[in-house]
Design a protein around this ligand. Structure first.
Ligand code: IVH
Length: 694
């Protein structure tokens, strides 16, 4: 469980007095956080922490029913209302839902229901998403939207009609035949895309004003805050949405017998009903649907924090009734929380393979998003400063789906006294050299080329699957080789003294043989893989393959001018300069010649010797779109026949092949240099015979 945000230890079931003391404490802390959540729309702790305190309170009350008081949060729905908006009395109370935190709890609920229904058949269950927004009641009279109100404390809410009117999902008029009075309840929420767009706008506006951006933390709080704006034009800008899921008071309208039919009817009136609501025949089917929702949770453009299960039959609902807080016929199955709080033990900086220094948090281990987490990223220096998280803080940690866990921010009310802002270190924790942050860039780097972490990073990258794929050279071996001084760069791998490895515990004859085999095999890897493995800035997997295809050999790449490199399709000045500068470095040239000496493949992969080498020594440039080849395909066909295919025309070019819409400058250049300009048909002959037709 998450650390208790109130910092007091949970109650151990026992005597009346300690239970009473703990209850008082819980009520105090819950009241504080309820105000932050419901009134200020600025919660300090994750919902999961709030829920767990509420749960503890309910457990104590169940063990000591004599301690239940009418002011207990277990007896109330939601929070108090905000007096800034006119009060609206809900003729039919807006209730809350009881929660289930496991499938076992869900089954226990359905067993209770089935027991109450005695020997009648097992009911069908309507399943729908539990949207993470703000509950709203809409009132239509004679088909016209007359009022929108928040839930408030369940009995009295706030009049937010003017703001509700700005939500484009919500019709102002219903089609003819709508009942005299229709109250419909649902959730106002903010879609993830609207949320991201809003924050992007905040960043843009702050940049224009030269100020740090004030970012919105999550869609739920933003939706709630947006709905309680005094100025409806602000609400309108926030692009809120709505799903309805329940009826309030209805006068007139059809005779409805099930929840599913109710939703269908609401949909037919033009009200937004979520497409994933479905009725199923058993609690096993409910469990299956929950599992599916849990899996696809991040494929939606809105957040949901659970699945609501309702007895579908409205007659049975009426029979089952409600307790003080929530109906008996429904339950909210809560998905594992994606935000929890825990203690921040320390902030450290890790150095990545490129030398980038990333601050990260060491945390008291906590379960979030279904996994145990003990470290979380803090992204960069600015993020730590903006969030002002400090060692010793209670912090909110978020882990959504496969995304790496991150620290969202501190719980300020729980900050230990005397804590100081954290300072970014000035020296690399790996090599002790100064860390450098270039102007206008968020990232900080260790720029020492000989930093052991960077050496390890370069070797790990070289050995990785899409580069040289040296299977038996894992992180641990690289670490060992660099620490022991056996390897200082990737070329050293090819002169490794394998016999010396046997003296290390981690190596036996078999593992040494495996490693030797894998290193040997890597020599045959295609040129594109080698170029990728060298970790040349700007040269990722795709650019590396493009370079290999365009130039055909390491020598040609090394000899290429910035201009020639820039004319490669998809490259530009920045990439060209990066490649050129890298190969101009003496240490890089030395590395390449040692790799060549070791016997690595220095020719392009697509030099297919089974094809006749008709274009040996010839250079063919392609411009425009051909019918029978893609751009890369044409180049590959040339290289596969022993030719070269750079992106620009020179005096040495054998021919310029032009397809539809060729580059005008290339054609002019070819004509000026007396280079033959040929069409696709002539290109085919050239490929076949090595001769220009005619
Ligand atoms: S039904 C009497 N259905 O969850 C039953 N509520 O924790 C009323 N919520 O106040 C609620 N999605 O704000 C229902 N599909 C859904 C829901 C849903 C989200 C919210 C609603 C409610 C709260 C209870």
């Amino acid at each position: 469980m998450a650390a208790n945000p109130d910092g007091i230890s949970p109650h151990v079931p026992g005597d009346h007095e300690s239970a009473e003391a703990r209850l008082l404490e819980l009520k105090r802390v819950i009241a504080y956080h309820a105000e932050r959540y419901y009134e200020l729309d600025d919660p300090e702790i994750p919902d999961a922490d709030y829920d767990s305190m509420l749960r503890e309170l309910i457990e104590i009350e169940q063990a000591h029913p004599e301690l239940i008081t009418p002011d207990s949060p277990s007896q109330k729905v939601g929070g108090p209302r905000n007096d800034a908006f006119a009060p609206v009395v809900h003729e039919m109370a807006m209730m809350s839902l009881h929660n289930a935190f496991s499938i076992d709890e869900l089954r226990a609920w359905s067993e209770r229901i089935e027991r109450r229904l005695e020997d009648r058949p097992v009911p069908s269950y309507a399943t729908e998403l539990k949207f993470d927004g703000l509950a709203i009641s809409l009132r239509y009279e004679d088909g016209r939207l007359v009022q929108g109100a928040t839930r408030g404390d369940g009995r009295v809410g706030e009049d937010v009609t003017r703001n509700i009117m700005t939500i484009s999902d919500i019709p102002h008029r219903l089609p003819p035949g709508a009942p005299a009075v229709l109250e419909v309840r649902g959730e106002v929420y903010m879609s993830l895309s609207s949320f991201e767009a809003l924050n992007a706008r905040q960043i843009e506006e702050a940049r224009a004003a030269g100020k740090p951006p004030k970012l919105f933390i999550n869609p739920r709080n933003t939706a709630a805050g947006s709905l309680r704006q005094k100025d409806p034009s602000i609400t309108a800008e926030r692009n809120l949405s709505f799903f309805c899921y329940q009826l309030g008071v209805v006068e007139g309208g059809p005779e409805l017998t099930s929840h599913t039919a109710t939703l269908e009817w609401l949909g037919s009136l033009g009200l937004p009903v979520n497409e994933h609501s479905r009725s199923v025949a058993s609690i096993d089917d409910v469990a299956d649907r929950i599992a599916a929702f849990e899996k696809s949770r991040h494929d939606f453009d809105y957040e949901f924090d659970g699945v609501v299960v309702k007895v579908d039959d409205l007659g049975l609902q009426a029979e089952l009734g409600a307790d003080a807080k929530a109906p008996r016929w429904a339950i909210a199955y809560k998905l594992p929380p994606e935000e929890v709080s825990t203690r921040l033990l320390d902030i450290e900086v890790s150095i990545g393979p490129s030398g980038q220094a990333t601050p990260f948090a060491r945390l008291a281990t906590v379960r979030v998003g279904g996994v145990d987490v003990s470290t979380a990223t803090l992204h960069n220096q600015d993020q730590v400063a903006v969030k002002d998280v400090r060692p010793g803080d209670l912090v909110i940690v978020r882990r959504a789906g496969d995304v790496i866990p991150e620290v969202v921010g501190p719980v300020l009310s729980a900050r230990p006294k005397g804590s100081k802002p954290w300072k970014f270190p000035t020296r690399c924790p790996e090599c002790g050299e100064p860390l450098v942050r270039a102007e206008g860039v968020a990232a900080t780097f260790c720029i020492n080329f000989h930093c052991p972490r960077q050496i390890r990073g370069r070797i790990e990258h070289f050995a990785s699957r899409h580069a040289m794929d040296i299977e038996w050279l894992g992180e641990k071996n690289v670490d060992l080789f660099v620490t022991e001084g056996l390897v200082a760069d990737v070329a050293d791998l090819y002169s490794l003294d394998f016999d010396r490895l046997l003296k290390f515990d981690r190596f036996g004859q078999k593992s040494v043989d495996n490693l030797r085999g894998a290193i040997e095999a890597s020599k045959a890897k295609p040129l594109g893989n080698l170029l990728f493995g060298l970790r040349i800035p700007e040269i990722g997997q795709v650019n590396a393959q493009t370079l290999a295809a365009a130039f055909g050999s390491m020598d040609a790449v090394m000899a290429a001018s910035v201009e020639e490199l820039a004319s490669v399709d998809g490259f530009g000045e920045v990439i060209a300069r990066s490649v050129h500068d890298w190969f101009a470095r003496p240490d890089a040239r030395d590395l390449i010649s040692r790799l060549a000496e070791a016997g690595l493949t220095m020719e392009a992969a697509s030099t297919d010797s089974s094809l006749p080498q008709t274009l040996e020594g010839k250079t063919v440039v392609v411009s425009g779109t051909l019918d029978g080849f893609t751009r890369d395909g044409a180049k590959e066909a040339i290289v596969a026949r022993g030719g070269k295919s750079p992106g620009s025309v020179s005096k040495k070019t054998t021919a310029l092949v032009v397809g539809a819409e060729p580059g005008a400058s290339k054609v002019t250049k070819a004509e000026d240099a007396g280079v033959p300009v040929i069409d696709e048909a002539a290109f085919l002959v050239l490929l076949e015979t090595g001769e220009l037709p005619g």
